[in-house]
Design a protein around this ligand. Structure first.
Ligand code: DGY
Length: 381
């Protein structure tokens, strides 16, 4: 069974992806899941009906249920897909984002091969522009490294990836997990990644060398909600037990194709304005409550751009402070977003200028360094 969570993406792309999945010999059911008020969901349903008439698979569009207790979003969509799967007699569940423009049968083949080889979890990973994936690189993997330094959790390359395949027992465990089942928002991917590792399942990461072509965001403001929801989910995992050792197979990666290596992930100029504009009194108070090496240069943004202070070491300190003090309230969320945007700009104007391969090497080395810094702190070294 293949599930596509849908969020106002191009309906023609979504329908083409449903047709591709429905034509795969191993696929018997294809479901696109979206919120009731999602623009264009009806257009996808019309296209799906046409796809269903042509092929052997059941093809449908379903309005997602209200399952979690956070903001209703992608998590409710994925959880609805999991419930439908468990009510069916299918034995494998694949998820793919609906907006992939280079989706073909090889994505399903790659995951099926890993499951055929006995892995209960197959995750796709792929090259991304060096200034893309800024939540993965600056939030999720660092928090996993800081919170679970001795576990393999932080080594998973794309913990926010929406392209994965799971066997039935894995899905049963996810649906039964309170931590996963409440995550109705963007935190769902983080929760799944943690819960799968915590359950001790072997994880196979399949490399898609051509990358995933899909719509990129404009300024980082487009993913503000995603930043804090992913932060909150990852921060919650730091209060849970660290996963014990689990098998993790990583297919070797390869240099990014030029179209990805040379792509700029977001609009730098627009992001500088985000840092400077619209400070509320509550945000200023939150920023002032942080230690002065962070609050001073952060608050300078009220009069001039200030982000160079956030190198990788300073960012570790910010994350540690945020883990200790953050509250899921508007002012904290806005300050977290400003700090994250500042760190993204600092990285983009330094490390990212050294070419794609070197930038990726430094990002990876930073995550490794965070795990050893946090691990050493725990063991008192
Ligand atoms: C990430 O950071 O991986 C998110 O997909 C945003 O790019």
């Amino acid at each position: 069974m293949v599930v596509f969570p849908y969020k106002a993406d191009d309906p023609a792309v979504a329908v083409a992806n449903m047709a591709t999945a429905a034509a795969h010999p191993r696929v018997r059911r294809v479901v696109t899941v979206g919120a009731a008020d999602t623009p264009l969901l009806e257009r996808v349903a019309e296209g799906a009906a046409e796809v269903a008439r042509r092929g052997h698979a059941v093809v449908e569009v379903v309005v997602q249920e209200r399952i979690g207790d956070l903001r209703p979003g992608k998590g409710d969509g994925m959880l609805t897909g999991m419930h439908l799967f468990l009510d069916s007699d299918e034995d494998r569940l694949h998820f793919y984002d609906a907006d992939i423009t280079n989706f073909d049968s090889s994505w399903i083949d790659g995951a099926e091969e890993a499951l055929d080889a006995g892995y209960p979890v197959a995750r796709h990973y792929f090259p991304r522009a060096s200034t893309d994936a800024m939540i993965t690189w600056l939030v999720t993997r660092p928090l996993f490294a800081i919170g679970h330094p001795h576990s393999g959790l932080w080594r998973i390359r794309q913990p926010l990836g929406g392209e994965l395949a799971l066997t039935r027992p894995v899905v049963e465990g996810l649906v039964a997990s309170e931590f996963v089942a409440r995550r109705s928002d963007w935190g769902i991917d983080t929760a799944i990644t943690y819960a799968v590792a915590a359950a001790g399942h072997a994880v196979y990461e399949h490399y898609v060398a051509d990358g995933k072509q899909h719509a990129l965001y404009g300024s980082l403001a487009d993913i503000e909600e995603m930043v804090w929801e992913c932060f909150e989910a990852a921060a919650d995992t730091t209060r849970l037990p660290s996963p014990a050792a689990f098998e993790h197979v990583l297919e070797p990666d390869a240099p990014a194709p030029p179209a990805i290596a040379h792509k700029v992930g977001y609009d730098v100029e627009a992001t500088i304005h985000l840092l400077m504009d619209g400070w509320s009194a509550d945000e200023v108070a939150v920023a002032e409550s942080l230690p002065s090496p962070i609050s001073g240069p952060l608050l300078d943004n009220r009069t001039r751009p200030s982000f160079a202070f956030l190198d990788a070491d300073a960012w570790y300190d910010v994350l540690a402070e945020m883990l200790a003090r953050y509250r899921p309230e508007t002012a904290w969320r806005r300050v977290l977003f400003r700090l994250w945007a500042a760190r993204a700009l600092a990285y983009t104007t330094t490390d990212a200028l050294s070419g794609h391969a070197e930038a990726m090497r430094r990002l990876e080395a930073t995550v490794v360094g965070y795990a050893s810094r946090s691990g050493n702190r725990e063991t008192g070294d």
